[in-house]
Design a protein around this ligand. Structure first.
Ligand SMILES: [Zn+2]
Ligand SMILES: [Zn+2]
Length: 184
């Protein structure tokens, strides 16, 4: 029984590798952050230098910013499906959070201070919530899955993983035989 469980676990060991297309999405976000940093600077505000840009946000959330200004996280799946809107809305949305908390740690997350910095960065009002279609990115109990194979095993990939492969943004490799897994 124990052996079977170990076997099942090793069966699912695959590794995520992003391709050039996803690297371009990341770069576009980094460039946009730098653009808005200059906009802030030109209006007399300095965006903190130590804020890290992370890309490990999953699920239905497009972006997050930490109150102490140490990081902003972005969701690459949402970004690559809606790049224009993402760069125009989500990037300044999170940067405005960093700026508002730098000025006043206790300011309300989507209150007047945040709105002020949205206007500083974009010159206009911003919707508080994003309107991306994300139902397919939410975790569900019954996940659609697709059969993938390498030279040694068969895998079931979730629709999120499958879509990354279809869009050419990522591929998955088997940790056992080191081969790329492909759709069966
Ligand atoms: Zn927000
Ligand atoms: Zn393999």
């Amino acid at each position: 029984m124990i052996q079977i469980r170990v076997l099942m676990r090793s069966f699912f060991k695959i590794e995520l590798r992003y391709t050039k297309a996803m690297t371009n999405t990341k770069q576009a976000i980094i460039d946009t952050v730098n653009h808005y940093k200059q906009v802030a600077q030109s209006k007399g505000y300095t965006f903190p230098h130590h804020t890290k840009i992370l890309f490990n946000l999953k699920g239905a959330c497009a972006g997050r910013a930490r109150k102490d200004g140490s990081w902003m996280k972005f969701n690459l799946d949402i970004a690559s499906e809606n790049l224009d809107t993402f760069l125009k809305r989500t990037v300044p949305h999170e940067m405005a959070h960093i700026l508002q908390f730098q000025q006043d740690k206790n300011s309300k997350p989507h209150g007047d201070a945040w709105k002020h910095f949205c206007r500083v960065l974009t010159g206009s009002e911003m919707p508080r919530c994003h309107s991306y279609k994300v139902s397919h990115l939410k975790r569900r109990r019954t996940v659609l899955s697709y059969t993938y194979k390498c030279s040694c095993s068969t895998y079931r990939l979730s629709s999120i993983k499958h879509n990354r492969c279809v869009r050419g943004e990522a591929y998955y490799t088997c940790l056992k035989c080191k081969c790329k897994v492909t759709k069966a």
